[in-house]
Ligand binder design. Sequence first.
Ligand SMILES: Nc1ncnc2c1ncn2[C@@H]1O[C@H](COP(=O)(O)OP(=O)(O)O)[C@@H](O)[C@H]1O
Ligand SMILES: [Mg+2]
Length: 341
Amino acid sequence: MTTEAPGAAGKTTTEDTPLLEVRDLHVTYRQGGNDVPAVRGVDFTLAPGDTLGIAGESGCGKSTMALSLLRLQDRGARVEGEVLFRGENLLTTAWSRLRAVRWAGASVVFQGAMSALNPVRTVLDQIVEPIVLHDKVRVSEAERRATELLDSVGIPARRVRGYPHEFSGGQRQRVMIAMALACRPDLIIADEPTTALDVMVQAQILELLAESVRESRIAVMMITHDLSLLAHTCDRLAVMYAGRIVELGPSRQVLQAPEHPYTRALSRAFPTIGDPASRRAPAGLAGDPPRPSRTSVGCDFADRCPDVLPVCRTGEMQLWPAGPGRSAACVRALPDQGGTP
Ligand SMILES: Nc1ncnc2c1ncn2[C@@H]1O[C@H](COP(=O)(O)OP(=O)(O)O)[C@@H](O)[C@H]1O
Ligand SMILES: [Mg+2]
């Protein structure tokens, strides 16, 4: 195995190449002989140092989308489109390349990551291993770096030879984050990394992740259904509904002046950081997201939308421009419907 930089395999990488470019991504599960389209045409781009939050109720396709970027989706799911990581399509690249990218290029912190720690090895060893393996450095050097990393996530040097059960849930989650940072990835994908933790600890951990990112220009894609938590840690926000991005833009603008009625409902429901109620359906928003197996005409949100127009039931929705750096899949955001010109 070589130690070449990610994307170095015959690729030319310039400053202008986005780190990650997702184009028309579709992910379809097969269930009981039927197609279940869980992700239905997602496009977005991340530059080095970008922080993108992904929000939306349960079942909107956030995890499916995140997993499929590194081909970690369930076997049997069909993935179409392009996932360009420094210009290299991860959906078609060789497994050997993909493995190299998964550690050193893009790493993941997943839902339930706390059970991913090995109970019979010290936390130090679990961080040293990938560093030795992928950076080809001596164990002593890897230990120095791992200790520094653990210190940066608030685990002091005197505790690094402890075993996972000797740490609290919040500390273990911070160990997971140190692990994700171990090989100096260019991208971290975090899927609800803190949902199992209490609100204060969640905020601390996300702040920590954001700090590491600001210092090292790592790009982050952070998934949670808690919009206000995302607003504090991510520069941009993408709101997903029924497998599609329905609104995208700078976090604060999206939250303070949402263009899509779905975003409006979400942001009204959780004005405070980490509101535990955010795990439930947004207040004032009746019903559930449509089941992915249901094929629909018009806007997927029409049945729950307080501002529905006749055209919403028949027209083709797409992510239209809605002001500088913003887009929304709502006809009301179009200038001729009274939206932002
Ligand atoms: N392995 C699977 N097989 C079939 N359907 C799945 C599978 N995983 C997820 N789904 C379906 O895909 C949709 C999106 O799920 P998911 O990506 O987990 O959403 P989110 O992360 O936003 O909660 C849901 O309707 C879910 O039931
Ligand atoms: Mg999920």
